[in-house]
Write a protein of this length. Structure first.
Length: 266
């Protein structure tokens, strides 16, 4: 969903990142990069999924309207963050991720053509170098968003994941694009990015069994955003990303609300 950026929200986000030296928040339209959480939300095949349990909804004895429900869900599913501890012993948990890794200039690398040809495509250093040749260097502290084009399949599990089966046996049937571990190391070490996001179920491609891209990012305390939506609505450069997870103490991951602010030029 796209909407005009309310000044109050822009001011709130600016206040949130004011501690970061040099951080500036553009004014413009806000693009929601988050899939809603409901019964159709895609989780890993071994997880139950998102459960929203209805509670009270109606008029109280005093005459006013009241609703209160509850939910349960795994940390990793839907649009969410992988904290570095997810694949890095002793690394940061969700509540310890610095805000300057969750707010920053957005860089959108479009690999959708290659991913359309190969469901198991891994975005490599050569593609990142080609991006820089066209758009300039990826700045330090950027939030790099990888567009595979697979968000268009959401919430069709078979099309999105490669299988709609559930359980441990389904993991071997996962086929979707991801980030090559060499590219993950390059982004962390050579470009010193703040975070990386992707519009698939994992930063590693679906056929991975060792999750090397996850491990490479975790070693540098780089968080990963997964199941990101609407990357086709963002320019390659110029937007500003705000990715705020539920602050779960000790969490390895958490549901994430991520938006981008795209400057509107006269």
């Amino acid at each position: 969903m796209r909407c005009a950026a309310p000044l109050a929200l822009a001011a709130l986000a600016l206040a949130a990142c004011a501690h970061t030296p040099g951080a500036e928040l553009p004014r413009g339209r806000i693009v929601d990069l988050t899939h809603p959480f409901d019964a159709t939300t895609i989780y890993w095949p071994t997880e139950e999924g998102f459960v929203h349990e209805r509670g009270f909804a109606g008029r109280t004895e005093q005459g006013y309207w009241y609703e209160a429900h509850r939910f349960r869900a795994a940390e990793h599913g839907g649009t969410h963050v992988d904290a570095p501890i997810h694949f890095g012993e002793g690394r940061r948990t969700v509540d310890a991720i610095p805000l300057d890794r969750l707010l920053g200039p957005a860089v959108v690398v479009d690999a959708s053509a290659a991913c359309a040809r190969d469901r198991d495509h891994r975005i490599g250093v050569e593609e990142l170098a080609a991006f820089e040749a066209e758009h300039g260097p990826i700045p330090e502290g950027a939030i790099v968003l990888l567009r595979t084009g697979f968000a268009r399949f959401w919430p069709d599990r078979a099309a999105y994941l490669g299988t709609d089966e559930r359980g441990a046996g389904a993991v071997a049937k996962l086929h979707f694009p991801g980030l090559h571990p060499d590219a993950a190391r390059w982004l962390a070490d050579e470009r010193r990015i703040a975070a990386v996001g992707i519009d698939t179920a994992s930063i590693d491609f679906g056929a991975s069994r060792s999750f090397d891209a996850h491990q490479a990012l975790a070693r540098s305390d780089v968080p990963a955003f997964e199941n990101v939506a609407q990357l086709d609505a963002l320019p390659a450069t110029g937007a500003f990303a705000v990715a705020l997870p539920m602050k779960i103490r000790g969490g390895s991951g958490a549901p994430l609300r991520v938006v981008a602010i795209v400057p509107e030029h006269p």
